[in-house]
Structure formats: C-alpha cells, structure tokens
Write a protein that binds this ligand. Structure first.
Ligand SMILES: Nc1ncnc2c1ncn2[C@@H]1O[C@H](COP(=O)(O)OP(=O)(O)OP(=O)(O)O)[C@@H](O)[C@H]1O
Ligand SMILES: [Mg+2]
Length: 296
C-alpha cells in the first residue's frame, strides 16, 4: 500500500492557509511521525487524507486512486481502507468496549445490520482477537466511560484495526496520556504496522516519542514540510526549523537551543526565513530539492 500526497493545499473558509503545497508519500510497513508546533497543519493533513476536511488543491492517491475525485460511494469504499485513530478517542461513551470496536466494521455491513448492530460472527471473532492483542482481553463488556485514558486509546486502536485498513492515520495518540502509557501506545502502533504490514502515519508533538518509535520523521512548519528523513538526521538545526521556523543552518544561524526546540509548547514565531515549499532539510542540514518521482 502506498499513499502519495502531492501539492496538498488547504485554505479554510476563514482564509487560514493551513497547508501550502505538501508532498508526502508513505508505504510499506513504515511508521512515519509527523511533528511540528501547534497550528503547523498536522491534523489538517490527516483530515484531508480521508476528506473529513476537503482539500483545496493537490492529489491524494491511495494505491493509485485519487481520493480527491471520488463521489460519496467511492469515498465510503476508500474509507474502509483507512483506519483513523483520534486524539479525543471519538468513542461512544455509553456503549461497551466490544460495541465500540465493532463500529469499525460498520463500513462492511448493511444499513439494517448496522441499525440493529448485528454483526457477522467473523467480525465478532476478529474483534475479540484484536481486543486481546491490544491488552483489553477481559474488558469487552465494560462501558467505555468506565475506562482510563490509555484503555480508551487502545479501544480506539482496536476499532481502527478491526476495519482491516491498509493504512493507519493517527492524530496525537498520546497527548492526554502519561509517559508510560504513551510508550505503550506508541509501541503498540508500530508493532501493529509491522505485523499487518501496513504504513502508519502518526501526528505527534512529543519529539522524543517520535524519534524513538518512528522509522521516519516529517517536520511541518506553518503548512510546509521543512524536514523529511530518518530520526537520526533530526539534528538541532532541523528541529529549530520545524519548531521555530528558524533560518537554515547554511545562513550561519546560531545553533538551536535543544530544550526550547523539543518543548512541545513552543509556538511558531513570526519572521525567520524558512525553506521554500519544495525544499527539505538534507541530512547535513542544508536545503535540497525534493527528488522527483522515480528518482532515488
Ligand atoms: N476548522 C478550521 N477553520 C479554520 N481554520 C482552521 C480550522 N482547523 C484548523 N485551522 C487552522 O489551520 C492551521 C492548522 O491547524 P491544525 O489543527 O491542522 O494544526 P496542528 O498542527 O494539528 O496543531 P496542534 O498541534 O495544535 O493539533 C491553524 O492555523 C488553525 O488555526
Ligand atoms: Mg492537531
């Protein structure tokens, strides 16, 4: 499975240009972490992919099918392949764990079955397996409003996985969790990517978690990709550009203050020249042109 996003722009009706021509491709069973300060456009990016938010311009191809051109039926079908896990869990509070997980199968059952919440035995079987996998084996009959944050996030993961998606999109999975639970959730997501051989794209503002668990980091600043590479290449200069829109190192900008750069509360600051929309930070910290399609 590959997701190819090209030239993605999003201008909200308010005039806010949240994405300014973003190119990102993910595939294989790679875990990609998208980092960036608040307002950088991370959630907008994920929401555009399954068109919870309508993109203004650009193409979003899932295995060659451009999602931006699909009608309602086509979109409904395409969405089965996209597992979404939200920051705020998006669970139905008064339903049980099992009922919430099975809502992940709603795209596959008839309207009448959905209305009666009657699911084929295979779906229920699969839901049990996945609950076991995420460590909620004994919890299927609990109401989700009786669960802890970490348990709720795992219900969200199980619901996305039971859908048998070909890609997982995850928006800030750890933002309301303690450090230990955050690690558990990140580990679970990367393991699931490997086991199911699907790519996972995770929006996350905690740089430490991103570099520890992801195979690749995409850094967004003010709607533009300013870093794209392996965690080991995310040096201070690159972090500075992601979190503060700082000058590229080649213009002899002072070295980044690491504590400030990795503090998730650091907002974007006005001013400061950034990379051009199609420039990315190369491993040596310089700006390179993005390779074209087919190029290494
Ligand atoms: N529904 C909306 N209407 C208008 N502007 C919006 C809307 N949603 C987001 N924006 C704007 O788009 C920009 C990007 O927002 P987005 O939520 O994608 O950022 P983010 O990187 O996910 O931030 P955070 O880390 O705080 O979640 C911001 O300037 C935000 O104010
Ligand atoms: Mg967000």
């Amino acid at each position: 499975m590959t997701l190819d996003v090209t030239g993605l722009r999003k201008v909200y009706p308010t005039g806010d240009e949240a994405l300014k021509g973003v190119d990102v491709s993910v595939g294989g069973s790679e875990t990609t972490a998208m980092i960036g300060p608040s307002g950088a456009g991370k959630s907008t990016f994920i929401r555009c992919i399954n068109r919870l938010t309508e993109p203004t311009e650009g193409s979003i191809e899932l295995d060659g099918t451009d999602l931006t051109g699909l009608d309602d039926d086509g979109l409904r079908e395409a969405r089965r392949d996209i597992g979404m896990i939200f920051q705020e869990y998006n669970l139905v509070e008064r339903l049980t764990v099992m009922e919430n997980v099975l809502t992940g199968r709603l795209g596959y059952v008839s309207g009448w079955q959905a209305f009666r919440r009657s699911f084929p035995p295979d779906d229920v079987e699969r839901a049990y397996e996945i609950l076991e996998r995420v460590g909620l084996g004994e919890m299927e009959d609990k109401r989700v409003d009786e669960l802890s944050g970490g348990q709720r996030q795992r219900v969200g993961i199980a619901r996305a996985v039971v859908q048998q998606p070909t890609i997982l999109l995850v928006d800030e999975p750890t933002s309301s969790l303690d450090p230990e639970t955050s690690n558990t959730v990140m580990r679970l997501l990367t393991e699931i990517a490997a086991e199911r051989e699907i790519p996972v794209l995770i929006n996350i503002h905690e740089v430490d978690l991103a570099t520890e668990y992801a195979d690749r980091i995409v850094g967004l600043h003010d709607g533009e990709v300013v870093f794209d590479g392996p965690p080991d290449d995310l040096h201070d200069g690159a972090l500075d550009r992601v979190y503060r829109g700082g000058d590229p190192p080649e213009s002899d900008a002072p070295p980044a203050d690491e504590t400030a750069a990795s503090d998730s509360s650091v907002g974007s600051e006005p001013g400061g020249e950034r990379a051009s929309a199609d420039g990315v930070v190369s491993p040596d910290g310089g700006t390179t042109d993005r390779p074209g399609p087919g190029e290494p």
